[in-house]
Design a protein around this ligand. Structure first.
Ligand code: HAM
Length: 414
């Protein structure tokens, strides 16, 4: 018989881990809801061209990592590698973009990238993301980073910092791109093969290359600050001011450009506990809504990599108290079949094993499952119209009449 194993780069989240995921999901959703974010759910599958146009054909995500295929009608389809493009598509398609106001949306779910699997890098991974549409005010950039900072604090993460930068508006970004192109063309021989190609296709992408030779080569390159227009300078200054006012720890990295093409002005990444991969990242993308066929609406957002976050959070789950139901004999089993559902209907957690026959084997099961109490019903109890409840920790036993028993059980839970 073939034994099946996970597809490379995919991972299961097993029941004990799910408790930790749920705890973190709750912290994330509650925090963003207090900021006014509403959830949006988009499909896992979109047109391939949506991602090409937004993330950029030259990005690693599109050129190397996209899961793309033709459907049965020959349409070019892709599994979403990130959430922003889909949210923007839905924001335009649904008509939400026609309302003149600030929109705050959050999303959560699996993303797919054909990355080389390693620690913190999966081919299916979860992102929790937010997107804020409708204003280019730098305080919104400050607000989203501050919100991420709040999440980090609520999850009690240690040794973290934000890297921030600005890419300038489209004009500044293009001007900077030309300058980088000129600078690196003169040093082309020191670049990796990918970056040699990028000099022509997307010079700024070179600043995102992790190859040590490329890093060394661009380390003396002009920085964006040298070419920013006054508006962009003021924008970044106000963003930094907001972070300072809210005590957000950050460092400016003048070569931070991010791996996706749609960013303009503010970009940022969050690093925790000396990990080399960013836990979360994002930035402003003022022209993407228009570029994807919508009105000229600015936006800013971020996404958290859930697997990376979860690996850093300490959490010991507290289990809800529950009963084990031990029924011995035919009559007791019939009575138990009703009681177990009556209790669950009252949101009282109960487990049982219909197969077990003797009291001792039931008690063993109760211990194994970690039940707080064991409800015992045998032939004698049926005759006396009452049952026993044994505290599994102290061994103390009480009897409760079948009549109006739910309230007595609820008292135990208090
Ligand atoms: P990103 O930097 O590509 O940005 O991804 C955001 C986060 O997703 C990363 O910081 C990382 O934690 C996680 N991540 C990315 N790739 C993987 C992987 N292969 N395995 C595990 N985790 C991964 C975006 O996706 C943008 N859409 C963020 C954004 C939202 N910008 C504006 N709004």
């Amino acid at each position: 018989m073939d034994r099946y194993i996970k597809v490379r780069g995919m991972h299961d989240i097993l029941p004990d881990d799910v408790l930790k995921w749920q705890f973190i999901e709750k912290v994330l959703t509650e925090t963003v809801k207090h900021y006014g974010y509403k959830e949006i759910r988009t499909p896992l599958v979109e047109s391939r061209s949506l991602f090409e146009r937004s993330i950029g054909s030259e990005s690693d995500i599109i050129s190397k990592e996209i899961y793309a295929f033709k459907d049965r009608k020959g349409r070019d389809i892709a599994l979403r590698p990130e959430g922003t493009a889909s949210v923007v598509r839905a924001f335009i398609e649904s008509g939400m973009c026609a309302e003149k106001k600030v929109f705050r949306l959050y999303y959560y779910g699996p993303m797919f990238r054909y990355d080389r699997p390693q620690k913190g890098r999966y081919r299916q991974f979860y992102q929790f993301g937010i997107e804020l549409f409708g204003s280019e005010h730098p305080f919104f950039d400050g607000e989203v980073v501050t919100m991420l900072h709040m999440i980090v604090n609520k999850l009690k993460l240690q040794k973290y910092y934000f890297l921030v930068n600005t890419l300038g508006c489209l004009k500044c970004k293009n001007r900077y791109s030309d300058i980088i192109k000129e600078y690196l063309s003169a040093r082309e021989n020191y670049l990796c093969d990918d970056c040699k190609r990028r000099i022509i296709t997307s010079p700024l992408r070179i600043l995102d290359c992790k190859n040590p030779d490329c890093k060394q080569t661009f380390s003396g390159a002009p920085v964006i600050g040298d070419v920013l227009c006054n508006d962009c300078k003021e924008h970044f200054k106000a963003f930094e001011e907001y972070l300072k006012l809210n005590n957000v720890p950050y460092k400016v990295d003048p070569y931070l450009v991010r791996g996706l093409d749609y960013y303009t002005r503010t970009v940022f990444e969050l690093y925790v506990g000396g990990e080399e991969n960013a836990i979360a990242a994002g930035g402003r993308y003022d022209k993407l809504v228009q570029q994807l066929g919508g009105p000229d609406i600015p936006a800013v957002g971020f996404a958290i990599g859930m697997e990376r976050l979860i690996s850093l959070v300490k959490y010991s789950p507290s289990q809800i108290p529950f009963f084990y139901l031990a029924c011995i004999g035919k009559e007791a089993k019939l009575k138990g079949a009703i009681m177990i559902n009556e209790l669950r209907n009252e949101d009282i957690a109960v487990e049982t094993d219909y197969e077990e026959e003797s009291l001792s084997s039931h008690l063993k099961m109760a211990n194994k499952t970690g039940a707080n109490w064991c409800i015992i019903i045998g032939e004698d109890e049926i005759k006396r119209k009452e049952f026993i409840v044994k505290n599994m920790l102290s061994g103390h036993q009480i009897t409760i009449p079948f009549n109006n028993y739910i309230n007595r059980i609820k008292e135990l839970l208090k």
